[in-house]
Write a protein that binds this ligand. Structure first.
Ligand code: MG
Length: 380
């Protein structure tokens, strides 16, 4: 197994990746985080061979880390791409936000394995990432549970024989609530995810099903499938992560406990499998439900399909507007139903264009954020 470069080392995915690395004795070549927190210093002590990168340290953090780790640690916005380009590594990209796009591209151009957990890379910059993949000798291993599940169902298969893939969604904490009550949902209620433990934005995105919409777009780029062949079903138990239906009528499903360490580990060990962290799965009395998502209840999912089909700048705008709207909701500046409204208005207000480079994607991301910000507090 290649040494690991863990970007977003203090985040939920990064910490679990380091746990996997520790258990499987995979060397860690580099670690990076946004801030030079004590938590990062602790991780750096635990992995004394690893280079350490910090993108936005405070002056104080910079002094303390330099004093303790010397030349091992480097600072600044470019450290992510520098570390991602370290040759013959597996780059686990677990950073949050559009800042994850450049290191994804750098990893692929350096012919590394990209273990991809950063959603924005494919949602905001899909065509740019695919171009980098084609240029180098790298590969993308999905880390997200649904895409890892699809990848595993598709090992040894040809996508030409796939009639459709089905991504499962837990439905979030408001499944079964009357639609009228959704307008008064509070951030605290929305942050209680029933099956997965995740960061605040992705938890809200799960409640609106925008997260599933992003996953549809990611599946389109990862597996080269048209949107007509990508379905979503609500499956509250989160045991079946994805299903592939083939032309011959066979279906393959991927089942397991909802635990991110499993797909993280597979993205590192593929094509091998190593002993995992979970006890044997108990099938007895398992009760699995699958429902069709209600279009009216989940407008974000429908907007994601439309933006994906439109392509070009639309998915980038979708992602940027969602981030602004979710942040506003979490700060109490926007109602739950206002999230979809701000996104819809932003999609309508930003002109369509094709995106050919990381810079163009990031420029549009900034522009769409500004436009979305302008809609906050205005009749939403
Ligand atoms: Mg997921």
């Amino acid at each position: 197994m290649n040494p690991l470069v863990v970007l977003g080392a203090t985040g939920s995915i990064g910490r679990q990746a380091l746990e996997v690395a520790d258990r499987l004795s995979v060397p860690v070549a580099a670690l990076a985080a946004r801030r030079g927190s004590e938590q990062l210093a602790e991780i750096a002590r635990a992995w004394p061979e690893a280079r350490v990168g910090v993108t936005s340290p405070s002056a104080d953090e910079r002094d303390r880390l330099s004093a303790e780790f010397g030349a091992r640690v480097t600072f600044g916005p470019d450290v992510l791409t520098e570390l991602a380009a370290m040759s013959a590594t597996t780059v686990l990209n677990g950073v949050v936000g559009a800042v994850g796009l450049s290191p994804s591209v750098a990893a692929l151009e350096a012919s590394n394995r990209l273990a991809l957990a950063n959603k924005e890379s494919l949602v905001a910059g899909g065509p740019v990432v695919l171009e980098a993949l084609a240029k180098g000798d790298g590969e993308i291993m999905p880390v997200d549970s649904e895409h890892s599940a699809l990848f595993q169902c598709l090992v040894g298969e040809s996508t030409a024989s796939v009639s459709r893939v089905i991504l499962t969604a837990s439905g979030g904490p408001f499944l079964g609530w009357p639609s009228d009550d959704l307008a008064n949902v509070t951030p605290a209620q929305a942050l209680r995810h029933p099956t997965w433990e995740m960061g605040p934005r992705i938890t809200i995105d799960s409640a609106t099903l925008m997260n599933k919409g992003f996953e549809v777009i990611e599946a389109h780029y990862l597996f080269g499938l048209p949107y007509e062949k990508i379905d979503v079903t609500v499956h509250p138990q989160s045991i079946v992560h994805a299903i592939v239906e083939f032309h011959d009528g066979s279906l393959k499903a991927h089942l397991g406990e909802p635990d991110m360490r499993v797909p993280i580990q597979y993205s590192i060990t593929y094509p091998e499998r190593h002993e995992g962290p979970l006890s044997p799965f108990d099938l007895i009395d398992l009760d699995l439900r699958f429902d069709r998502p209600d279009r009216h209840r989940y407008p974000c999912l429908m907007m994601a399909y439309e933006a994906g089909k439109e392509g070009g700048s639309a998915p980038t705008v979708l992602n940027a507007a969602d981030e602004v709207a979710v942040e506003a909701f979490l700060r109490g500046r926007l109602g739950f139903m206002g999230v979809a409204e701000v996104i819809e208005r932003t999609l309508g207000a930003v002109d369509h264009r094709e995106l050919g480079s990381v810079e163009e994607v990031l420029e549009l991301d900034r522009e769409a954020r500004q436009v979305a910000g302008g809609f906050l507090g205005r009749a939403c």
